[in-house]
Design a protein around this ligand. Structure first.
Ligand SMILES: Nc1ncnc2c1ncn2[C@@H]1O[C@H](COP(=O)(O)OP(=O)(O)OP(=O)(O)O)[C@@H](O)[C@H]1O
Length: 689
């Protein structure tokens, strides 16, 4: 607190001293006798240099440091009168009153002009080093805008064509009032038919030309927009698919779909549309300013003097509007999430009768959106009102000029959506997929070495603790243990859905992450307890990701998975549709197709995570027989039905994220440890199945 007061006192002292010294120098310059134009300019520039040096010295002595913003303020302030005076003399061969006399009014005027110019500059083009959040976000918006424009590169020919038609439309449009005036003049004065028809003809031609050009311009812009939007969507989708599993657990589905559907469209559309309006207005402005300059340059400058005020208002408005627009987008994403959750979990909602609760949740989110939108619209209303009041005061060209700054602001606002899209697009997956290793021969020897792991969504709970495990080629290892102790987590790590925080997982003595992503997922295949099928045919689902598979290979895999017979009984056999999410098949049939999908890859490491839970005894036996026919494969089985894994070469009991026991069924039964107890419990609970 004391430090703050001291800084304020320093600043006030520096300001008073700077003003006093500056005023003294200003009045002192009046005592210097000058002769001729050269003398006049020498006095002017020497006085500017002295003021600059004096103000710099005061700032350095009292404030100690020298921020870039202060250098700019002092430079503009010291040099502005000299630049103005020299410019007026060079271009208009006139002297300004202020250049001649040391008058307090002139000093005040130059201070006002400097403060206005410096403020406008600082707000419109802020310094990168300055940390103010608003300025940073402005700069970010500009960078985003440039990035969106770069992304539109393939559409530049379309844009160029649109620009040509745009220019034509504006030029034609500018000529129409001229000929309308001629028609009115002819009708009001002496009527001459040939001249009247001539004016009418040109008026019609320019009107048609303007409409046709405007139509072509619009069409080309629309083509550009749809092509850009498509590209943005594809890029974003690709970026999403590359993210690690943890990302999808942390990011809500509504957020992802909202970014993909709404933000990408907004980004492609708004930026392009604004570019369209911006260019049109820009061409009009250039035309109008040239016309005005040819009539009176002084009047033009007078009119343009209002630009800094327009800029300031626009700037303040943009900052608030952009912040609220981002908040609205986030709330929309959250409302979408609520809808998605309700649709996907409608059975649970119905069975728990929580429709009202879900309705209220959705309603709350809509209310948030409404409140934010009202706030945003209120700001917009005040802004438009301010604009309108000033428009009534000023002439037509200012309207155009304001539209330019307005559209530029609107473009910055629209890149808020682009910001979100790029944020995801640039996100580097936490689990990298850039390994290169693709050995011709893989034994399938897996080693977990002192693995520690916590899920990204729950960093406080260590799920695996110093876990070490070896899976030997050609052997079957069974992971058993109570629920929620980390068995499936081992599988997820082997699949590289997550990266362990400590320790490593080796495949044939090489870290898993050094393997090529596609190669790894061909060699390490998983069949999980809730297999996911995609809409399409059975054949599509079995060969998922392996389009080069032959029908013979597909059938062989299906036979091993005990699926061939039921597939052949279907009306279209392997071409039968499975429905959305495999909804047209029973749970056991889905499971068997998932097993075939894994087997068709001829994996070196096969993981079966609780697959027996949805298979009947007969299917289970057949699948196990088929798997037993692959002697070189490394097999990892997670099972709750302990009877199914008695023949395993190694049984590993996992408890509390650690290996508690390991050995064959006989060894572990003799030991009478946790495995023995687990079996005992199961026998007492469900009769030992
Ligand atoms: N995606 C996740 N995010 C956060 N925690 C998780 C996640 N998946 C599992 N867990 C937690 O990690 C622990 C181990 O889960 P895991 O699924 O590996 O157990 P499991 O032994 O396979 O259980 P089950 O036999 O019931 O399948 C559990 O406490 C679980 O709550």
């Amino acid at each position: 607190m004391a430090g703050n007061t001291e800084t304020i006192i320093h600043k006030v002292v520096a300001l008073i001293l700077a003003v006093s010294i500056d005023l003294s120098l200003f009045y002192a310059s009046d005592f210097v006798v000058i002769r001729g134009v050269l003398g006049h300019f020498t006095r002017l520039w020497v006085s500017a240099a002295l003021r600059f040096l004096a103000l710099t010295a005061v700032t350095l002595l009292i404030l100690g440091d020298f921020k870039p913003i202060l250098i700019r303020f002092i430079t503009v302030y010291s040099l502005l009168p000299a630049v103005f005076e020299t410019g007026t003399k060079l271009f208009y061969h006139e002297d300004t009153q202020c250049g001649q006399l040391a008058d307090l009014r002139c000093w005040l005027m130059s201070v006002g002009a400097m403060v206005g110019a410096a403020l406008f500059w600082e707000i419109t083009f802020p310094d990168t080093n300055e940390s103010a959040a608003g300025k940073e976000s402005k700069q970010k918006s500009r960078a985003l805008l440039i990035r969106v424009l770069r992304l539109s590169k393939p559409d530049y020919p379309l844009m160029l064509g649109a620009l040509v038609f745009l220019s034509l439309a504006v030029i034609f449009e500018m000529f129409i009032p001229f000929y309308t005036g001629r028609v009115i003049d002819i009708l009001g004065g002496q009527y001459q038919q040939s001249e009247f028809l001539y004016a009418l003809l040109f008026m019609g031609l320019y009107s048609v030309g303007s409409s046709v050009s405007a139509g072509c311009r619009g069409g080309l812009f629309m083509c550009g927009i749809s092509s850009l939007t498509c590209r943005i969507k594809v890029n974003l989708f690709e970026a999403f698919t590359k993210q690690e599993i943890g990302f999808f657990e942390k990011t809500k589905t509504g957020e992802i779909t909202s970014r993909l559907s709404r933000d990408t469209t907004l980004m492609g559309r708004t930026v392009c549309l604004n570019v369209n309006v911006l260019l049109r207005t820009f061409i009009k402005t250039v035309g109008m300013i040239s016309l005005m300059m040819s009539l009176s340059s002084k009047l033009t400058f007078l009119v343009l003097m209002e630009t800094p005020i327009t800029g300031l208002i626009q700037n303040t408005y943009d900052t608030h509007y952009q912040r609220l627009s981002l908040a609205v987008q986030d709330s929309l994403a959250s409302a979408n999430t609520a809808v998605n959750e309700v649709v996907s979990g409608i059975r649970v909602i119905r069975s728990f009768k929580t429709e009202k609760l879900e309705f209220n949740r959705y309603d709350d989110r809509l209310m948030d959106i409404r409140a934010l939108k009202m706030h945003r619209d209120m700001i917009r209303y005040v802004y438009l009102l301010a604009r309108r009041v000033r428009i009534h005061q000023l002439c037509f060209v200012m309207t155009i000029f304001q539209t330019l700054t307005y559209i530029f602001g609107a473009m910055l606002n629209s890149v808020g959506a682009a910001g979100k899209v790029f944020e995801y697009q640039d996100r580097k997956p936490e689990v990298s997929t850039d390994g290169k290793l693709k050995p011709d021969q893989l034994k399938g020897h897996v080693n977990f070495h002192g693995v520690n792991f916590t899920y990204p969504t729950d960093q406080n709970k260590t799920v695996l603790q110093n876990l070490s495990l070896e899976l030997k080629p050609g052997q079957m290892t069974a992971l058993v243990g109570p629920s929620g102790e980390g068995k499936s987590t081992c599988v997820s790590l082997l699949e590289r859905f997550y990266e362990p925080q400590d320790g490593e997982i080796l495949l044939d003595n090489e870290p898993l992450k050094s393997y090529d992503h596609r190669y790894l997922h061909k060699k390490v295949a998983v069949v999980s307890q809730d297999p996911v099928l995609f809409s399409g045919s059975i054949r599509d689902n079995i060969t998922y990701g392996l389009p080069e598979c032959s029908l013979k290979e597909i059938q062989e895999a299906a036979r091993k998975a005990n699926a061939h017979d039921f597939i052949m009984q279907l009306h279209k056999g392997y071409d039968a549709e499975v429905g959305e999410g495999g909804g047209q098949l029973s749970k056991s049939e889905k499971q068997r197709i998932a097993i075939a999908r894994a087997l068709v890859r001829q994996p070196q490491v096969l993981i079966l995570d609780e697959i027996t839970s949805s298979l009947d005894v007969e299917s289970e036996n057949k699948v196990q027989q088929a798997l037993a026919n692959c002697p070189n494969q490394t097999l990892l089985v997670i099972a709750h039905k302990l009877k199914t894994i008695e023949k395993a070469d190694q049984i590993v009991v996992i408890s509390g994220g650690r290996v508690e026991e390991r050995g064959t069924h006989e060894e572990l039964m003799d030991k009478k440890g946790s495995y023995y107890k687990l079996r005992e419990n199961l026998f007492t609970d469900n009769g030992g199945d």
